[in-house]
Ligand binder design. Structure first.
Ligand code: FAD
Ligand code: DLZ
Ligand code: SF4
Length: 515
């Protein structure tokens, strides 16, 4: 009995549930480059190259193992997964068996799940949607844990999962006696410390072909196409992981929150895109880091910090996404509605921190967490940008962006659009934070120490204006008590000056004038 096995673009794992009982001689694996998937947002050019090249390499890898793969490329102009399945079922090609069943692993996006469910309702043969076992927790585990909790806190979830999976645990307690070593982390990068260059790969013939195709078909999409160096196979992705463990992990914790002029990579792992597309598994990254600590190659503070990102944050945001969709996408607690400024595309602003983060995003389809959170995200929060526009931007600009991970980070973590379901308070900060964690302010037109006046750092007055504007919504939050006390201490004159300056700045933003 032949089975048609659909592999989505972020399911490039040979051990995925949809391939588990594969019969290579009878069954057929279906992979499809689709108009809808390549255009539901106008993805960064490098993100397109990454997905399409990795998909083509995965298909080739299966074919080399004798698996019958039917691969539609974009030239076939198929719109959706349904179109591709209908094409295969209704126009059988030579050698194609007749299928009795279709199998697919649960997709990473609500939008795609809805499509598959609609298709299932009209198909003449069964369509089986199997769970995705590439995560460390199930949706049921998460919803059981979340039941009855008004707010969800990652740290509590993380401890529970660490215990369940026995990671960095000894005799039922966290190794080293603490769950979290963040107080040892979060240092600024010393001027004389040069981070190692990331491991890059020269594009092979398949990738070169995809680069050419993306250049021709998507010429006006955001981002640079030149110097594509990302891994597109599992073998290469494993090399990136080893490179990180050997060369960067030991300093990952110390400089996790640091930012530096013209330095996009620092001591981060750069594996998010490989985890999300299925070339690496979260457990192998966690075990590799744990082993480095056991062998004395990296301190516990760095290893625990890294593991918390994957075991904690990554699993937590996925659980939250599936728990809260589809309504999560429409949350807007702070009623923010400003249009995204043009400089999120061009990088052209005198705010050096923003300019640096946008330029790097444009060049690499990558920015590290604190750039996304405390520069680009903080600005979006403080200036009241519309959650819809900000989500669309984050979903298209990063090579690791898939909605299940992007949306909770944007709506929950940076915009507080879910009223604090994910974060206990908004991640709002003035210029002092950016100055403490980077050298951006040294290269900036604006003066970070000035609170008002034409040269003052916009983050400073936007911060107080944000608190002032959202008093009603935020004042009752116990974690905001201190900052509201400080705001209350300000004189009417001070607040008036801040409001005036912020309004003038935002007015310029709205008119598209240079800021
Ligand atoms: P490292 O700093 O080396 O961290 C290791 C790994 O931990 C990452 O690869 C990632 O898998 C995981 N991780 C760390 N933080 C988070 C987090 N907050 N949520 C989920 N996983 C996390 N990550 C994505 O994978 N896709 C996204 O679309 C995405 N959008 C984001 C948007 C915003 C506004 C913010 C603040 C964060 C976003 N993140 C997203 C999380 C995080 O910024 C990236 O995972 C990380 O920057 C990827 O780079 P890295 O692999 O070098 O990560
Ligand atoms: C991101 C992406 C892109 C750009 N293109 C494709 C594609 O052509 N075919 C495909 O199967 N998947 C693609 N993807 C990833 C999908 O959007 C991904 O499968 C969903 O985000 C998961 O539900
Ligand atoms: Fe950014 Fe303000 Fe520093 Fe300029 S002075 S880099 S705008 S934080």
């Amino acid at each position: 009995m032949a089975t048609l096995r659909l592999i989505l673009g972020d399911q490039l794992s040979e051990n995925i549930t949809s391939l588990q009982d594969l019969n290579p001689t009878d069954d057929c694996v279906l992979m499809c480059e689709l108009v809808e998937e390549t255009t539901y947002v106008p993805h960064h050019k490098k993100k397109l190259v990454f997905f399409l090249s990795a998909m083509r390499h995965f298909a080739q890898q299966l074919q080399r193992k004798g698996v019958n793969v039917h691969y539609f490329n974009l030239d076939e102009a198929l719109d959706s997964f349904s179109d591709a399945i209908e094409r295969v079922l209704n126009t059988p090609s030579a050698g194609m068996p007749s299928f009795k069943k279709i199998v697919v692993t649960h997709p990473g996006e609500y939008r795609v799940l809805q499509q598959l469910k609609q298709l299932k309702a009209v198909l003449k043969i069964p369509l089986e949607i199997r769970p995705d076992h590439r995560f460390l927790t199930t949706q049921k585990q998460f919803s059981d844990w979340a039941k009855g909790r008004k707010q969800l806190r990652m740290e509590l979830f993380y401890r529970q999962i660490r215990k369940n999976l026995n990671i960095l645990m000894q005799d039922g307690a966290p190794v080293g006696g603490q769950w979290n070593y963040d107080k040892d982390n979060r240092k600024a990068l010393p001027a004389n410390l040069a981070p190692p260059m990331p491991l890059g790969f020269k594009p092979d013939a398949i990738t070169r072909q995809v680069i050419k195709m993306v250049g021709e078909r998507f010429p006006s999409n955001f981002g640079a196409l030149a110097d594509f160096h990302y891994a597109v196979t599992r073998t290469q992705a494993l090399q990136v992981l080893s490179h990180f463990i050997e060369q960067r992990l030991s300093l990952f914790g110390d400089y996790q929150d640091a930012m530096k002029q013209d330095q996009p990579w620092l001591f981060h792992s750069h594996i998010g895109l490989y985890l999300n597309i299925g070339l690496l598994s979260p457990m192998e990254a966690i075990r590799a880091a744990e082993k480095a600590w056991q062998e004395g190659k990296a301190p516990l503070s760095a290893v625990e910090g890294f593991i918390r990102q994957i075991l904690g944050w990554r699993e937590f945001v996925r659980g939250l996404y599936w728990l809260k969709m589809p309504n999560y996408k429409h949350e807007n607690f702070l009623q923010a509605d400003r249009a995204l400024p043009e400089f999120y595309w061009s990088g052209k602003t005198r705010m050096n921190c923003i300019s640096q983060c946008v330029q790097q995003t444009k060049e690499h389809a990558y920015a590290h967490h604190i750039q996304r959170l405390m520069v680009l995200g903080n600005f979006a929060l403080l200036s009241g940008l519309s959650p819809k526009e900000v989500n669309d931007w984050y979903l298209l600009v990063y090579a690791d962006a898939i909605e299940w991970v992007e949306l909770p980070n944007v709506s929950g973590m940076i915009l507080f659009a879910d009223a604090g379901y994910l974060a206990s308070k908004p991640y709002a900060a003035g210029g002092a934070y950016i100055n403490r964690m980077s050298d951006y302010c040294k290269h900036c037109h604006y003066k970070v120490k000035e609170k008002t006046g034409s040269n003052a750092c916009p983050f400073n007055y936007l911060y107080w204006r944000f608190l002032d504007r959202n008093r009603q919504a935020l004042k009752g939050n116990p974690r905001m008590a201190l900052v509201y006390k400080n705001l209350e201490r300000m004189s009417e004159n001070q607040i008036g000056a801040i409001r005036m300056q912020a309004d003038s700045f935002l007015g310029k933003l709205d008119k598209g004038e240079a800021v």
